[in-house]
Design a protein around this ligand. Structure first.
Ligand code: CU
Length: 121
């Protein structure tokens, strides 16, 4: 009977819809970055800005730059950044391929990390 089937399916569908959005919106996912991944920038374009889809714990988030020669430069996150952003100021950059490596703790307690490659002309 169609009505019997509908009553059996609905509760599990509801459970699925309640579970999946919570899991998907759980941790911090990057929504935009400056510099953007793959971008080519000038050596003086040293303002770093990462924006996330959720609030992050600034004190427990890390940001560093890896230079073309492999040297690492830890960045200090600005204390006055918006709750969903990490802002920092790098030193002038030498030409070549750089990597911006980030690790953030979101308010749900999950850590996410990523690597944004970019070129300096
Ligand atoms: Cu999460």
């Amino acid at each position: 009977m169609p009505s019997v089937i509908r009553f059996r399916v609905l509760p599990s569908l509801t459970a699925l819809l309640l579970t999946v959005p919570g899991a998907a919106s759980a941790h911090a996912i990057i929504v935009s970055s400056q510099p953007a991944s793959g971008a080519t920038i000038d050596k003086d374009a040293t303002a770093i800005r990462l924006r996330f889809n959720s609030r992050i714990d600034h004190a427990r988030s890390r940001l560093k730059l890896r230079a073309p020669d492999g040297a690492e430069q830890a960045l200090t996150a600005a204390a006055d950044a918006p709750a969903d952003e990490i802002d920092a100021q790098a030193r002038p950059l030498s030409p070549g391929v750089w990597h911006l490596q980030w690790q953030v703790l979101s308010v749900d307690g999950h850590i996410t990390r990523g690597d944004i490659p970019f070129n300096v002309r």
